[in-house]
Design a protein around this ligand. Structure first.
Ligand SMILES: Cc1cc2nc3c(=O)[nH]c(=O)nc-3n(C[C@H](O)[C@H](O)[C@H](O)COP(=O)(O)OP(=O)(O)OC[C@H]3O[C@@H](n4cnc5c(N)ncnc54)[C@H](O)[C@@H]3O)c2cc1C
Length: 478
């Protein structure tokens, strides 16, 4: 077999080095990158510090109950074409169950169903919006007009203002912002409307709602997240690579001119190309100063801030969910509830942008979430809470504040790079255009793999859903 080309020199499209690559980090970005490289015949070694794969989208064994729990419910939308492609390559795409409806529940239990009607995108939700009980007719029409304006808005030109500012400039009231825009944006971008950059939030609505009638389909895994990666090891080793778990990399540096990852127990792994796929806050600690010097990708990383998410597992003594698969809570601290068992007695609650909750201990968190459950779900009346398990992820995602887009690095080294030639970055924080999501992570992994192979960053990307003709006609770019 001919050896694949690995690009260690950004000035050359591809050099003919022997085909080995190291990927540091076995989250979605690292695995997506490693899979694509392995498929191209590159002998790839993945070094992951933990004893399991998946990074921030994974599961753990709860010491109290012995059960395997997800750190947090993860949602994939229909527009996440690269993440779904990644799962398809892993043979795990059929483990995602998609729902085409969203259930919005107010205090008191009144429920509005947002579902596609007969109209084409971008008006596919139009009828159910006009029928939504948590909005007046005037509010629903105002949201509709705002969405039409979004279609022709160049989101990149709004990266230095907050979404709250943008919405108010469109005449959206505080009440509508709180009850409609906030639950969507806080869940998708993990930041409040008055902190998140307008460009990130506009991205969510343009790509996730308005571009295509399937864009907002909601997918959740039917198995613990960690099981989605079951086949990664075999697929990579079949191509001559391997995954090393429990291998914490202390430093990525050059030893005798070769890029080398040195682990905390002193093992040194060298390769022609290295992909650093660790979370943003770790990159500058890992990559040797000598490599970072003169490479503009690294200095801005210290300016990234994080935003926390809480995932709360609640078990009641009876069905509290009724027949709902999930519930978006209107104007509550808890944004989402997910049904986790057939019976409806096991509920997973998600609190994004959870800064105000961090001071609370597990009991305090459980009480607050339980209050939201009882306020909104009629089935919770008389039900006893049997157990609660809260998982705090303080560094859940980077905070996509105004101005951040300009700090996000490319995967590949700049042309003028010296010591960093051959070192690629992958991770949800890189310049994918997406908020911190599994889709962003998968895209970044594919971009890094393309760079290693000497291709352009988007050569391995799966196209987004095609923009519906009417959405395009109303101004949404493809
Ligand atoms: C609570 C929570 C809820 C979320 N909900 C959603 C959601 O609903 N939908 C969605 O799309 N996204 C969601 N996200 C975001 C999503 O999980 C992330 O964007 C994505 O998983 C990031 O993947 P990554 O590969 O870039 O980084 P990571 O998942 O952080 O992977 C990095 C990997 O590097 C490893 N590593 C770190 N240091 C070293 C080292 N020194 N040596 C070796 N390995 C190292 C880590 O252990 C980890 O496995 C959520 C995140 C959290 C935390």
């Amino acid at each position: 077999m001919t050896k694949p080309a690995i690009c260690t020199n950004p000035a050359a499209s591809a050099s003919r080095a022997s085909a080995t690559a190291l990927v540091v980090g076995g989250g979605i970005a690292g695995l997506a990158c490693a899979l694509r490289l392995a498929e191209q015949g590159v002998s790839v070694t993945v070094l992951e510090t933990r004893k399991k794969l998946g990074g921030r989208a994974t599961s753990f064994r709860d010491v109290r109950s012995g059960e395997v729990l997800d750190n947090c419910q993860h949602v994939v939308l229909g527009c996440c074409t690269n993440y779904m492609d990644f799962l398809t390559r892993l043979g795990a795409a059929d483990r995602i169950r998609f729902s085409r409806e969203q259930y919005w529940v107010e205090a008191g239990g009144r429920t509005s169903v947002i579902r596609r009607g007969g109209l084409p995108a971008p008006f596919h939700f139009g009828v159910s919006f006009l029928r939504a009980k948590f909005l007046t007719m005037a509010e629903a029409s105002g949201i509709g007009r705002c969405c039409v304006r979004m279609l022709s808005t160049d989101r990149a030109s709004h990266s230095n203002e907050t979404f709250g500012q943008w919405l108010r400039a469109q005449g959206q009231t505080d009440s509508v912002i709180r009850r409609f825009w906030a639950p969507v944006v806080v869940s998708a971008c993990n930041l409040d409307v008055d902190r998140v950059s307008a460009s990130s939030a506009l991205h969510v609505f343009q790509e996730g709602f308005l571009a295509h009638e399937h864009a907002a389909d909601i997918g959740v895994s039917s198995v613990p997240l960690v099981e989605l990666y079951d086949r990664a090891e075999r697929l990579i080793s079949e191509k001559g690579g391997r995954i090393v778990l429990g291998a914490g990399v202390e430093r990525i540096k050059r030893i005798e001119g070769r890029l080398t990852a040195v682990t905390t127990d002193g093992e040194a792994y060298s390769a022609d190309a290295v992909v650093c796929a660790v979370p943003v806050e770790r990159v500058n600690r890992l990559v040797d100063e000598e490599i970072r010097r003169g490479d503009s990708r690294f200095a801005p990383l210290d300016r990234f801030k994080h935003s926390p998410i809480l995932g709360v597992h609640l078990r009641f003594d009876r069905n509290v969910m009724g027949d709902l698969p999930h519930a978006v809570l209107v104007d509550r601290g808890t944004q989402w509830l997910f049904r986790k068992n057939e019976e409806g007695s096991y509920v997973h609650a998600v609190v994004s942008a959870a800064d105000d909750w961090l001071e609370l201990d597990e009991r305090g968190i459980a009480e607050r979430v339980e209050g939201d459950v009882r306020a909104c779900l009629a089935g919770a009346k008389g039900a006893a809470l049997v157990s609660a398990r809260a998982v705090k992820e303080k560094l859940a995602t980077f905070a996509p504040v105004p101005g951040l887009d300009a700090l996000r690095p490319d995967s590949a080294p700049p042309r003028e790079a010296g010591g960093s030639v051959g070192l690629f970055l992958a991770g949800d924080y890189t310049k994918t255009g997406w908020p911190a999501t599994m889709e962003g992570a998968a895209r970044s992994g594919y971009a890094a793999a393309a760079g290693v192979l000497g291709m352009r960053a988007d050569d391995l990307l799966v196209p987004s859903l095609s923009v519906a003709p009417l959405s395009r006609w109303l101004g949404l770019a493809g």
